[in-house]
Design a protein around this ligand. Structure first.
Ligand SMILES: NC(=O)c1ccc[n+]([C@@H]2O[C@H](COP(=O)([O-])OP(=O)(O)OC[C@H]3O[C@@H](n4cnc5c(N)ncnc54)[C@H](OP(=O)(O)O)[C@@H]3O)[C@@H](O)[C@H]2O)c1
Length: 359
C-alpha cells in the first residue's frame, strides 16, 4: 500500500518533537508538512527547535531543512497531506475550529489535544481497548459534510496507566475505583531545566487533571449507539493527581471493587491474555504484550520499566487483596509515548491498516 502523506501540527512543541522522531522511516507514513505558529512561518525546522529540543534522540535528518508552515493555513497544508497529527497549545474554541476545518478539507485528524474529547461522535481511542468506536466515524462525516476527513482523539496521558487494566477486567464489572496518579513533568511539556522548582519537590495539584482522570475512562469504556458514543455509567472513579520529580512516566496506585469479584489468578490471566486489534494486525508501534504483569514486589519502577515495549506497554505490579476494596495494584505507562505521540501514532496506524485513509 502507498505511504500516506502526514503533517505534524505543533511540530516544534514537546509532543510534536516526539512525532517527528517516531515518524522517521515509518513504513506507513511520509512526513510532508511540519507546522507551528505564525511566529515560525518559513523557518527551518532545525533552527526553530535547536534551543528547545527536548527529546533524548537527535533531530532526524529528514526534518532539519523542512520549512515550517502555519497550523491555521488549512487550505495550504491540506493540499500536501492525507492525515495530520495535532498537538498544539491553543484555546479550545480555536482548536475545534481548525481541527474541523481540516476534516472538512478531507484530511484525517489524529488529535492529542483535549478540545474534541467530549464531542460525542469523535472516538477517544486507546486502540487496544475501543477500536469498535471507529463505527461512529460515518455519523461524524455526515455532520461535517466530509467524504474522507474526520477527527479521532487520544485520551489524557494520566488515564493510560490504569484504564486498560479496567477494560481487561470488564467482565467482572468494576464498580468503584480509587486512583492516585504520580505524574511526570514532561506531561506538562517541561524538563527540570525549564521547571527547576520541581527538583526534589512534589506538587499536589495538576489543573483539570482529576476531572479528566475520573471521566475519560467512561468514554473509552462506552459503546456506539445511533451515531454517538454513549459513555459507560460504571465504574465510579475518584482520583487525585500529583506532580512528582520524574522526567517520563506516570504511575497510578489503584483500588478496585467489583460487582463479581474475580480471583487473583483470574485477574492475572486477563492481563496476560489481553490483546487488541493493534496486536492482531501487528501494527508497527503496537507493543507485543500490551499489559505486562511484574512479579517482583518493588516493580514497576519508572527508571527500570517505563520504556518496555518501546514505551507503549502498560506495566502492572503489586496486585493484592485490599482490606476495604477488593484489590489494589500499581500501574505505570510512558506519558509522552503511549500517553501522547506514541498513542496518537498507533491510532493512525490502525486507521491506515483498516483502510480509513483510502476511503
Ligand atoms: N506533553 C505531554 O506529555 C502531553 C500529553 C498529552 C497531550 N498533550 C497535549 O498536546 C498539546 C501540545 O502539548 P506540548 O506539551 O507539546 O506543548 P508545547 O511544547 O508548548 O508546544 C506547543 C505547540 O503549539 C504551537 N502553538 C502555540 N500557539 C500556537 C498558535 N497560536 N497557533 C499555532 N500553533 C501554536 C507551538 O508552536 P510555536 O513553537 O511556533 O510556538 C508548538 O508547536 C497540548 O494540547 C497538550 O495538552 C501533551
Amino acid at each position: 500500500m502507498k505511504k500516506a502523506r502526514v503533517g505534524i501540527l505543533g511540530a516544534t512543541g514537546m509532543v510534536g518533537q516526539r512525532f517527528v522522531t517516531l515518524l522517521e522511516n515509518h513504513p506507513y507514513f511520509e512526513v510532508t508538512v511540519l507546522a507551528a505558529s505564525k511566529r515560525n512561518e518559513g523557518v527551518r525546522y532545525e533552527d526553530a527547535v535547536s534551543d528547545r529540543w527536548k527529546i533524548e534522540l537527535p533531530i532526524p535528518d529528514y526534518a532539519k531543512d523542512m520549512k515550517l508552515k502555519v497550523v491555521q493555513d488549512v487550505e495550504t497544508v491540506s493540499k500536501d497531506v492525507d492525515l495530520v497529527f495535532s498537538a498544539v497549545d491553543m484555546n479550545k474554541e480555536e482548536i475545534i475550529a481548525f481541527e474541523e476545518a481540516y476534516a472538512k478539507h478531507e484530511v484525517v485528524v489524529v488529535s492529542n489535544n483535549s478540545a474534541n474529547r467530549w464531542t460525542d461522535d469523535v472516538p477517544m481511542l486507546i486502540p487496544e481497548c475501543n477500536a469498535d468506536h471507529l463505527a461512529v466515524i460515518e455519523a461524524q462525516k455526515k455532520r461535517l459534510g466530509s467524504k474522507k476527513g474526520f477527527i479521532v482523539v487520544k485520551p489524557n496521558c494520566s488515564i493510560q496507566s490504569y484504564t486498560p487494566a479496567l477494560v481487561a477486567l470488564k467482565k467482572f464489572k468494576p464498580k468503584r475505583v480509587v486512583v492516585t496518579t504520580y505524574q511526570a513533568i514532561s506531561g506538562a511539556g517541561k524538563t527540570f531545566k525549564s521547571w527547576p522548582e520541581m527538583i526534589e519537590n512534589v506538587i499536589p495539584y495538576i489543573g483539570g487533571e482529576e476531572e479528566k482522570s475520573e471521566k475519560e475512562p467512561l468514554k473509552v469504556m462506552g459503546h456506539v449507539e445511533n451515531g454517538k458514543i454513549v459513555n459507560a455509567s460504571e465504574p465510579l472513579i475518584t482520583c487525585q493527581c500529583v506532580r512528582v520529580p520524574v522526567v517520563n512516566g506516570h504511575t497510578a496506585a489503584v483500588f478496585v471493587e467489583f460487582e463479581e469479584k474475580p480471583t487473583i489468578e483470574e485477574i492475572r490471566k486477563c492481563f496476560s491474555e489481553y490483546r487488541g486489534l493493534p496486536q492482531e494486525l501487528a501494527l508497527p508501534h503496537a507493543p507485543k504484550q500490551f499489559i505486562h504483569y511484574m512479579e517482583e514486589e518493588d516493580r514497576p519502577q519508572v527508571k527500570l520499566d517505563v520504556n518496555e515495549d518501546g514505551g507503549m506497554a502498560l506495566m502492572i505490579g503489586r496486585l493484592r487483596e485490599d482490606s476495604m476494596f477488593d484489590y489494589k495494584f500499581i500501574g505505570l505507562s510512558h506519558n509522552t509515548l503511549r500517553g501522547a505521540a506514541g498513542g496518537g501514532l498507533l491510532s493512525a496506524e490502525l486507521l491506515y491498516a483498516k483502510g480509513y485513509l483510502n476511503s
